[in-house]
Design a binder for this molecule. Structure first.
Ligand code: 13P
Ligand code: 13P
Ligand code: MG
Ligand code: MG
Length: 367
């Protein structure tokens, strides 16, 4: 990578919950901080911030190693292993849940953790927002990213600023066929929506300006596809650059004023509203939810992470939260019925097929 570039990696894993899948033990965050502090002292990373959203541990790291660096992914794996050891000692729930491999193998991609990372030349002022979710899956960023970068009813800058007026390019991943397509907005907006409206199958993995500058990156790891069974939800992360040639911070946050219905929640098997919360409220207690999203804002300064600002810690989001609670009630009252419970095809990774199999011999030919 070029000398003046900085990389931002957000790597997350659920390495054990307190209690159940509700939240995290402070010792896990402390262990992550200790490990990254010594990596910083050794000059392996520039700066870091360790936090959690629900039972997921996020390592936010700035460094000079570029995307998909074995050095940084190896460090993250090592930190998660150290945190897993603490989680096992405390017998936290699902200790090491998202570490699906026995050993690190050059990248954490495909081993369980979620990764959102980007490399860029730092601007004169570099505001970034890190989104973290719990109790939902990787496609949950499709709708908010679409609104931020393609919807003029959300992002005024698309209309009124020459810096954004050319629109943005969306890099879409087909998670089942492991293939990608880049679609440019506004001209290919309808084509884009053909795919990203099905977030279980297609995820927006990155957004770029028309001249190829990275604007947003999200984690696309699907735990059930990696493990072949349900081991917990993806609980994805996303990084977005803001201001100037990108949407303003307020335009980046605005999509979350809509209580989007996402998949996840209890046993990863239900639809529920994605509730924007302050860090202090990033724990999932009602029916293991409802799904949460937190947003931390940083100013990147010579690679250092100035902040964070807890961006949903603001009464301006109270009405959305209230709407989420109304929707949560409405969906909960469906109990085991769809559309609260996920459709049968989505349940194939859960324990439901085992139950159905036990009843297999009870079926009789009809008519
Ligand atoms: P920038 O053009 O500096 O990004 O600011 C836009 C703005 O005023 C946000 O409300
Ligand atoms: P997590 O994916 O957050 O571990 O949640 C799993 C679960 O089954 C919640 O009910
Ligand atoms: Mg968990
Ligand atoms: Mg989780």
């Amino acid at each position: 990578m070029a000398r003046n570039e900085v990389s931002l990696s957000v790597i997350k894993a659920d390495v054990g919950g307190l209690v159940g899948h509700a939240g995290i033990h402070p010792d896990l965050v402390a262990t992550g901080e200790e490990e990254l502090e010594s990596a910083k002292a050794e000059g392996r990373v520039i700066d870091f911030h360790v936090t959690n959203c629900g039972d997921d541990l996020q390592l936010i790291v700035s460094h000079g190693h570029g995307d998909n660096s074995a050095e940084i992914h190896g460090l993250a794996w090592h930190v998660f292993e150290a945190c897993t050891a603490v989680a096992k000692k405390l017998k936290l729930y699902g200790a090491g849940q998202d570490l699906l491999a026995d050993a690190f193998a050059g990248t954490v991609r495909g081993l369980g953790p979620g990764v959102a990372e980007m490399t860029f030349v730092e601007r004169a002022s570099e505001p970034v927002v890190v989104f973290m979710a719990d109790k939902t899956s990787a496609g949950a960023w499709n709708l908010p990213l679409y609104k931020m970068f393609a919807d003029p009813f959300n992002t005024a800058g698309l209309v009124i600023s020459l810096a954004l007026h050319d629109g943005f390019k969306f890099d879409v991943l087909d998670v089942r066929k492991n293939r990608r397509m880049v679609l440019s907005c506004p001209e290919e907006m309808y084509d884009l929506l053909v795919f990203i409206g099905a977030p279980g199958r297609y995820t927006v993995q990155a957004v770029y300006t028309q001249d190829g500058e990275i604007a947003a990156a999200s984690s696309t790891e699907r735990l059930n596809l990696i493990a072949g069974k349900y081991v917990g939800k993806d609980d994805p992360v996303c990084v977005v650059r803001a201001q100037s040639q990108f949407p303003a911070v307020g335009e980046v946050l605005e999509p979350f004023s809509f209580p989007q219905i996402v998949e996840g929640w209890m046993r990863g098997s239900h639809h529920g509203p994605l509730m924007p919360v302050a860090r202090k409220d990033a724990q999932c207690t009602r029916f293991d939810g409802p799904p949460r999203v937190s947003a931390l804002g940083f100013q990147v300064s010579d690679g250092h992470l100035i902040g964070p600002r807890d961006l949903f810690d603001d009464p301006a989001w109270d009405k959305t939260r209230q709407e989420c609670l109304v929707l949560a009630d409405q969906l909960r009252r469906h109990g085991p019925f769809e559309p609260h419970r996920l459709p049968m095809e989505e349940m194939e990774y859960t324990t439901l097929p085992e139950v159905a199999k036990r009843l297999e011999s009870r079926w009789e030919t009809a008519g």
